[in-house]
Design a protein around this ligand. Structure first.
Ligand SMILES: [Zn+2]
Length: 346
């Protein structure tokens, strides 16, 4: 087996993927037609072309505005998981969604969550993939709105909804802004994560750990700017959910992943696992993310195995579930590795 095929076929956990960023362009166009919403281009291929996080966030909001009925959310979450399975052998995902992106334009919170859960159940039935949900605070929202969102989540929380996260542009709105929302979520039994240090210095990780009480970091690249914070993350075994392409498009060079900070994070021993972030919106998928980043970094199969299993470790499943998943993954990895052309070259 060729290395690229191996990378696509290794079993995967994904802990950093935004539901709204997984909508297929053709489906977005379909739903826009259904609800009479104008998109900036009629060319589906060009819908997801941009080169900064600010432009990206605009399209992200526009595509989200075409999600209105419960069945829209069900269809898109189903397709999102189908793509993960077919393009990257996805087994388990903890998927972000932004409640206020939908509720602020009049879609009831319950419609959003129930639709997502419908799609998750249907995908599990058809493909065996499992998925849990993480409600994300949108950083550009006022703190009161974030707190109200958490109240809503706690009032209507299907078993699939397990955590609170935070996304949006980081530099203008630091994590401490949302301490109330995080405190309430913790009291309510939600697991906690946050996007940090994608576009801001390492001190945001310290704030997330000490003030918000987070258990994982999404992105985290600028941790490399502070050796003491790196050491702390190593000591605490903190999981970093890193995303090659989306971050490269927004902040680095999308055509050259050899300089991506993920590489140095891995070299320094930080506990990373790979993710697709907003796959359709960045013309990628979880299989491609493994392939492109691995080739750029020159990682051998043993390292891929380590990153895959970091995903299992970092998941918010019970210890029993993680043991079972780890065993199944190890077996599948052994089988795939045995079929790999030798010597495997990245
Ligand atoms: Zn993200």
């Amino acid at each position: 087996m060729e290395y690229g095929e191996f990378l696509r076929r290794v079993p995967k956990v994904e802990l950093h993927c935004h539901f709204e960023g997984t909508v297929r362009a053709a489906t977005a166009a379909d739903l826009a037609r259904k609800h009479d919403i104008a998109l900036p281009t009629d060319d589906v291929e060009k819908l997801y072309d941009y080169d900064s996080i600010y432009e990206f966030l605009k399209i992200f909001a526009l595509v989200s505005s075409a999600l209105i009925d419960q069945e829209d959310f069900a269809r898109t979450s189903y397709e999102s998981l189908e793509d993960g399975v077919k393009l990257g052998n996805l087994k388990y995902r903890e998927m972000f969604f932004n409640p206020t992106l939908h509720t602020s334009r009049g879609v009831p919170y319950k419609t959003v969550v129930d639709g997502l859960v419908d799609g998750i159940h249907a995908a599990e039935k058809d493909f065996g993939v499992r998925c849990r949900l993480i409600a994300d605070v949108y950083r550009q929202d006022p703190p009161e709105q974030a707190r109200e969102m958490v109240e809503q989540v706690l009032e209507h929380r299907p078993d699939e909804l397990i955590g609170l996260g935070m996304d949006g542009a980081e530099a203008p709105d630091p994590p401490e802004k949302f301490v109330d929302a995080y405190r309430l979520a913790k009291q309510g039994g939600l697991r906690l994560t946050a996007h940090a240090c994608e576009d801001a210095p390492a001190k945001n990780i310290t704030t997330c750990l000490d003030v918000l009480g987070i258990e994982r970091i999404d992105h985290g690249y600028h941790v490399l700017g502070d050796d003491a914070v790196v050491q702390r993350c190593l000591d605490e075994g903190l999981t970093f959910t890193v995303c090659p392409t989306a971050t490269a498009v927004c902040y680095f060079d999308p055509d050259d992943l050899t300089k991506h900070p993920i590489r140095e994070m891995a070299e320094r021993g930080l506990k990373i696992m790979l993710n697709s972030d907003d796959p359709t919106m960045f013309h990628t998928d979880i299989g491609s993310e493994y392939d492109r980043m691995t080739r750029a970094a020159g990682w051998p199969p043993e390292r891929i195995r380590e990153f895959v299993l970091n995903g299992v470790d970092g998941a918010w499943l019970s210890d029993d579930e993680k043991r079972t998943m780890r065993k199944a993954f190890e077996q599948e990895l052994d089988e795939l590795q045995a079929q790999l052309d030798q010597p495997a070259r990245a």
